[in-house]
Ligand binder design. Structure first.
Ligand SMILES: *Cc1c(COP(=O)(O)O)cnc(C)c1O
Length: 230
């Protein structure tokens, strides 16, 4: 019990310090910018999620469908907004939809968009999604290439009316070289700006180690895990 209370205080302080830091970076970028924080809870169990919920956090992200399912079902009495941020296998689409997630951030292929559209149409429902862009150009990372992202975004708008495309998401190269990270975010922001007239509103970049660079390059959604739950 004492450990639990200690942990709750610790998480509350982590969240407070993080929000304070985000706010500092946000004001450097623009006082008009609104930034949404997704707490990535993939490392932790229910008690830590509840502790963060009690500290005021309402939006959480998971990268595996089975974890998302277990946590969302266990916590269905809380008004938590769940974001799916990891690769979605086509055979897991039904599971995802049954959980009524707030957003799928990892729409990473035309093939997935087509399957998702079929299923959404059948269920007579919609889903907010972000197009995942592979800004680091690493073959191990999923997402649309920087070259194809623009056309693919427009194609999905045309062929998948039940997918509400809200913007784009990217994961920068995992490196200490800030120039390389910056370049990933800048290239993604360029695409985002071009998609503005097609309704793109959300630019989801930035994790624990690079969120300050992401904010400086226009990110308005951050996905942060270890910095909160360490
Ligand atoms: C794990 C994960 C994050 C959060 O990473 P941290 O470095 O722990 O903040 C963000 N986005 C995606 C897609 C992830 O899988």
């Amino acid at each position: 019990m004492a450990d639990r209370i200690k942990r709750e205080i610790e998480l509350k302080e982590n969240l407070r310090a993080l929000i304070e830091d985000i706010e500092k970076e946000r004001l450097k970028y623009s006082s008009h910018q609104i930034i949404q924080l997704i707490a990535v809870s993939k490392y932790v169990d229910l008690s830590d999620i509840i502790a963060l919920y009690n500290a005021g956090q309402r939006t959480f992200g998971e990268n595996k469908i089975q974890d998302l399912k277990a946590k969302a079902l266990s916590l269905e009495n809380l008004p938590i907004q769940w974001h799916m941020i990891g690769t979605l296998q086509e055979n897991k689409i039904n599971q995802l939809l049954s959980l009524r997630p707030t957003m799928l951030q990892s729409l990473d292929s035309i093939k997935l968009a087509k399957s998702l559209q079929l299923r959404l149409e059948k269920n007579n429902t919609n889903l907010d999604c972000l197009l995942q862009v592979n800004s680091s150009n690493e073959s191990t990372k999923s997402g649309f290439s920087l070259d194809s992202a623009l056309d693919s975004y427009k194609e999905i708008l045309e062929i998948a009316p039940n997918i509400n495309l809200c913007g784009i998401m990217t994961i920068a190269t995992n490196t200490d070289d800030t120039k390389i990270i910056e370049s990933c975010f800048k290239k993604t922001k360029d695409i985002f700006d071009k998609l503005n007239k097609f309704g793109a509103k959300i630019l989801s970049c930035g994790m624990s180690d690079d969120y300050n660079i992401a904010i400086a390059n226009g990110a308005n959604m951050l996905r942060i895990g270890s910095r909160i739950f360490k």
